[in-house]
Design a protein around this ligand. Structure first.
Ligand code: DGL
Length: 267
């Protein structure tokens, strides 16, 4: 792994910027190329085959930018495409599922973990399967929350309607008496306050974005592949459609405005 190459991050759209933000916090000197497949978002409602194909195409674009590793920010892609990506590309590929699971299993005291995610991620069984493998005695309560993504993209994180929707989705999680909840979707960290408000502080929240950023840092440290020059990093933003829209909404996820977003062709 070449130290000075950028880290590649891809997602179905904007949500992966929560992962990029966490990676920047851990590794403030790394260059990053971010690709959002805004032409085909959402992935959370798509089939396994489509998600694998899209993910391979996204990673091919990142490889053309000579990335030293690929971070699959999208939970739906991480659920279905990780193996295919690892087979095809000669750089380390890190997904969001494993680090979230490791953290959650380490945190639970009553051996009951909740997982909320897109329909694709829940249907894949990726979180539940890995939790059972790592810690067979743990009971997993899963719930798909498809309306969360559009509500977050609309910027309605503090609206009453979002609280109502969350109350509905979280009923099963509440009944399941979990003490730990994995936010298994890129958009959900923005709903942390609403979710904690409903479940109470007794339920610990695992933010997959934060956990994967720690894993990325550990991997670079372990391979001595982190940038060693302390200069301002370069961030590139690529999208497959509507760069202006991406630029406008990026602040919501990243916390600041971005200057340039380039449209690219995915095939
Ligand atoms: N990035 C997706 C995920 O984490 C959420 C948005 C989508 O459905 O594409 O699963």
């Amino acid at each position: 792994m070449k130290r000075d190459k950028p880290i590649g991050v891809f997602d179905s759209g904007l949500g992966g910027l929560t992962v990029m933000k966490a990676v920047i916090r851990q590794l403030p000197f790394e260059d990053i190329v971010y690709l959002g497949d805004t032409a085909r978002v959402p992935y959370g409602t798509k089939s396994k085959e489509a998600i694998i194909r899209f993910s391979l195409e996204n990673a091919s674009v990142l490889m053309k930018h000579h990335v030293k590793m690929i971070v699959v920010a999208c939970n739906s892609s991480s659920s279905y495409a990780l193996e295919s990506l690892r087979e095809k590309f000669p750089v380390p590929v890190v997904g969001v599922i494993e680090s979230g699971v490791t953290r959650a299993v380490g945190m639970t005291r009553n051996n009951r973990i909740g997982v909320i995610a897109t329909q694709a991620t829940i249907s894949s069984g990726s979180y539940a399967r890995l939790i059972s493998r790592v810690s067979p005695g743990v009971k997993v309560v899963s719930q798909a929350c498809p309306l969360f993504v559009p509500l977050v993209e609309e910027g309605w994180v503090k609206r009453a309607v979002t609280r109502q929707v969350a109350q509905e989705y979280l009923k099963k999680i509440k009944c399941g008496r979990v003490d730990t909840l994995i936010l298994g979707c890129t958009h959900y960290p923005l709903l942390k306050a609403v979710i904690t408000g409903i479940l109470g502080r007794g339920v610990s929240i695992v933010d997959s974005a934060l956990e994967v950023s720690k894993l990325v840092k550990a991997l670079l440290d372990e391979r001595s592949a982190g940038r060693d020059t302390r200069r301002a990093p370069r961030y590139q933003f690529l999208v497959s459609d509507q760069p202006e829209h991406f630029q406008k909404l990026a602040r919501r996820f990243l916390g600041y405005d971005i200057q340039e977003v380039r449209r690219i062709e995915l095939s």
